[in-house]
Design a protein around this ligand. Structure first.
Ligand SMILES: [Zn+2]
Length: 291
C-alpha cells in the first residue's frame, strides 16, 4: 500500500489555507493494530485523520496535539495524538463496537460516538498545555471539529473527513481536509469555496478513485489563485519505549511498590496505542529505583 500523504496550500492573497491528507495507510495500520469493527475503522480513522491535519499546524518539533472524544456511545473514549509533522497514533476504548448502518445506509459513526465532549490539547512542552473543549454536535467528527473551531478558536473552518471500509473491516480509502479562513480574509472568495465544496462529493470516494491530496486541493480552490506549500509522507507512529514504562514504575509510591514486590511476579505493561508489551522483573525496578 502507498504511504499516507499530507499536502498544504494557501490562497495567494493569504485569505485561506487548506491542509489535505490521504490517510489510507495510517487507517489501515490502525485497523491492523486494533482489529477495529467496521464502524470503528471509520470512527478511529476519521479521528486519526483530523488529528494529523491539526498536528501538522504545530510550530515546534517537540509540540504534540491530542484529540480526545468523550462520548456516551458504545465506542467509549477515543484518543489520538499527533506530532508536528502529522505522524499520528490513536486508540478507541472499544475497538469492536459495531452498529447497524444509519438511515442513509452509512457507517453509524455518530451512533457509536454518541453525545459528549471533544477536547483538543496542544502540548508545547512548557508544562502548561493549551486546552480547548466543545460539545459534540453529531458525533460524526467532521461536524464536531468545525463546531470546535468556531466556538473554541474563533476560526471559521470547513472540515471534511471520510473512511471507506472493506467487507473484512480493513480500510479501503481514508482522508480529509481542513479549510480555514484566516484573519483579514477577503470574503469574496467564500461563494466560490462554497460552490466548489458543494460539488466535491465525499473525500474517501475521491481517494478511492485515485485522487491525490493535491488533486482535491485543486478542486476545493478551483477559480482561486493559490500556492502549494508542501507535500510529504506521514505514518502511524507510536513513540513508546521500554524506558518510559520503567520510569513510570520507578515513580510509584512506596505502598504500591511494596504490594507489587510482595507478589514477586514480573510486571507486564502494554502500550494502548500499539499493543507492544513490556515485562519487568521486580528486581530490575527496585534496582532502578535505588540507583
Ligand atoms: Zn506504543
Amino acid at each position: 500500500m502507498q504511504s499516507s500523504v499530507i499536502t498544504r496550500a494557501m490562497t495567494s492573497d493569504g485569505s485561506a489555507r487548506i491542509i489535505c491528507a490521504d490517510t489510507t495507510a495510517i487507517v489501515q495500520k490502525a485497523f491492523e493494530v486494533h482489529r477495529t469493527a467496521k464502524t470503528m475503522t471509520a470512527a478511529l480513522g476519521r479521528s486519526l485523520t483530523v488529528t494529523s491535519l491539526m498536528g501538522s499546524l504545530l510550530k515546534d518539533k517537540t509540540d504534540t496535539l491530542s484529540l480526545q472524544i468523550k462520548g456516551d456511545g458504545p465506542a467509549g473514549t477515543i484518543l489520538c495524538v499527533s506530532n508536528y509533522r502529522g505522524d499520528v497514533r490513536g486508540y478507541a476504548e472499544n475497538p469492536d463496537a459495531e452498529l447497524p448502518p444509519n438511515e442513509h445506509g452509512k457507517l453509524d459513526v455518530g451512533g457509536a460516538v454518541g453525545q459528549g465532549t471533544l477536547c483538543i490539547i496542544r502540548d508545547f512542552g512548557t508544562g502548561e498545555p493549551y486546552v480547548g473543549i466543545s460539545q459534540l454536535v453529531s458525533g460524526e467528527i467532521a461536524e464536531d471539529i468545525s463546531e470546535y473551531f468556531v466556538t473554541s478558536e474563533q476560526t471559521p473552518t470547513v472540515c471534511a473527513l471520510g473512511v471507506r471500509a472493506n467487507t473484512d473491516n480493513s480500510c479501503k480509502s481514508a482522508g480529509g481536509f481542513l479549510l480555514q479562513l484566516l484573519p483579514g480574509a477577503d470574503d469574496s472568495i467564500i461563494p466560490t469555496l462554497e460552490k466548489n465544496i458543494a460539488s466535491l462529493g465525499s473525500v474517501s470516494k475521491l481517494i478511492e478513485v485515485g485522487k491525490t491530496p493535491e488533486d482535491i486541493i485543486a478542486m476545493v480552490l478551483e477559480g482561486i489563485e493559490y500556492d502549494l506549500f508542501d507535500s510529504y509522507e506521514i505514518e502511524y507512529q507510536c513513540s513508546c519505549d521500554r524506558d518510559k514504562y520503567l520510569r513510570a514504575l520507578i515513580s510509584l509510591n512506596q505502598a504500591d511498590m511494596d504490594e507489587l514486590a510482595e507478589t514477586g511476579e514480573p510486571i507486564e505493561t502494554e502500550c494502548r496505542f500499539c499493543h507492544t508489551k513490556y515485562v519487568f522483573e521486580i528486581d530490575e525496578i527496585l534496582k532502578a529505583r535505588n540507583g
